[in-house]
Ligand binder design. Structure first.
Ligand code: GAL
Length: 351
């Protein structure tokens, strides 16, 4: 016998079906929404917490992206030693890692290198500076090698630190720090070429000159082969990518947490000579890199020539509230071009 619902029950069921439908629609809309990069907006990880990986770099390994960056938390202070130049800081906590297969949704992989209070490892004392981690995988040793900027609170130590791990998600074992080529080393990045050779690119000579050093075969030391590039140009936040056989660099000027105009350059050989191409940003706020500072040039897997400009929007008076700025890099007349987009996704690279 056919069962007839009474009118109130029927209405209730209708309401439930309708609500479920609405929920489903909202979920689909939400998923679509998370599949857009929104520069400067709060970016939550898969667990709903703000992503905490500043001054970061990316490793793409076996189909997964690993985002490593500075974990910033706690109050922002100006130590007495930095009063003259207004250098604010937060206590060193460590480097945070997130993983993703689509670049939008990030799984929290926790702290992969931590600050320590024991005297055995003064480089990692919370009172110091730990910045700009970059990780590459060494196919020969099967180790994940991380290089970083190690400093004292007043930035006078100016050293490069190195750590290794068996897994991309760590934990990383800290090895030591050096003053490469006998010189200072502050802001830094790594570049791994197609032939497996890795290079470290860093601000040296009191941030005036960018050094490009070839790393040893195991990536754990500097090989001694290096060049001085952009002498006297005071660059920081260097990021490098390779496209159609050419090397491109995007960097910032030196103005602490405050944004400035980015620079770009191209070379046929990573060791130079480099030719400057000017500010890659165009449009409103191009002179301040849309309030950001470069940190990495990320090739998108499966989309040859597609590069994402990864940058930080630093909040110098509340560093833990700093945000991210990711924008597509377009290559026009062989020059990188970056324009502001409020919201975008990877389909921009398809046309
Ligand atoms: C910036 C640098 C950052 C951080 C900051 C401290 O110039 O790129 O990584 O060191 O100075 O003021």
């Amino acid at each position: 016998m056919k069962h007839h619902l009474t009118r109130p029950r029927f209405t209730r069921r209708l309401k439930i079906v309708f609500s479920l439908g609405l929920l489903g629609f909202a979920a689909v809309m939400n998923a679509a929404d998370t599949h857009a990069f929104k520069p400067g907006e709060l970016w939550l990880d898969a667990g709903g917490k703000p992503i905490n990986a500043h001054g970061g770099g990316m490793l793409y390994h076996q189909g997964t992206y690993y985002w490593y960056g500075e974990h910033k938390e706690g109050p922002t202070t100006t130590p007495a030693c930095n009063k003259s130049w207004g250098g604010t800081r937060t206590e060193m906590v460590g480097f945070h890692c997130y993983s993703s297969t689509n670049l939008f949704q990030w799984k929290d992989e926790g702290l992969v290198l931590r600050a320590v209070t024991n005297d055995a490892q003064p480089d990692l004392h919370p009172s110091g500076v730990l910045e700009r981690p970059k990780v590459v995988f060494n196919a020969r040793t099967k180790k994940f090698v991380m290089w970083m900027h190690i400093d004292s609170a007043d930035y006078s130590a100016a050293r490069a630190g190195v750590a290794v791990a068996e897994q991309p998600t760590g934990p990383f074992t800290y090895l030591n720090s050096v003053r490469p080529e006998g010189q200072m080393s502050r802001d830094q990045t790594l570049f791994q070429d197609e032939d497996g050779t890795a290079y470290r690119i860093y601000s040296s000579e009191n941030n005036q000159t960018t050094y490009i050093s070839q790393l040893s075969d195991d990536y754990l030391t500097h090989s001694g082969k290096f060049v001085k590039a952009f002498a006297g140009r005071s660059m920081e936040a260097q990021a490098i990518c390779k496209r159609d056989g050419k090397y491109y660099l995007i960097a910032s000027g030196c103005s602490g947490w405050a944004p400035n105009a980015a620079r770009s350059a191209v070379a046929d050989n990573i060791m130079g000579p480099w030719t400057e191409l000017g500010n890659p940003c165009e449009g409103k706020d191009a002179q301040t890199t849309f309030a950001g500072q470069s940190t990495y040039l990320l090739p998108v897997a499966g989309k040859p020539g597609a590069i994402i400009f990864m940058a930080d929007i630093w909040k110098g008076d509340d560093i833990a509230s700093s945000r991210y700025l990711w924008l597509p890099v377009r290559f026009e007349d062989d020059k990188p071009r970056i324009r502001w987009e409020k919201s975008w996704n990877l389909s921009v690279f398809d046309h």
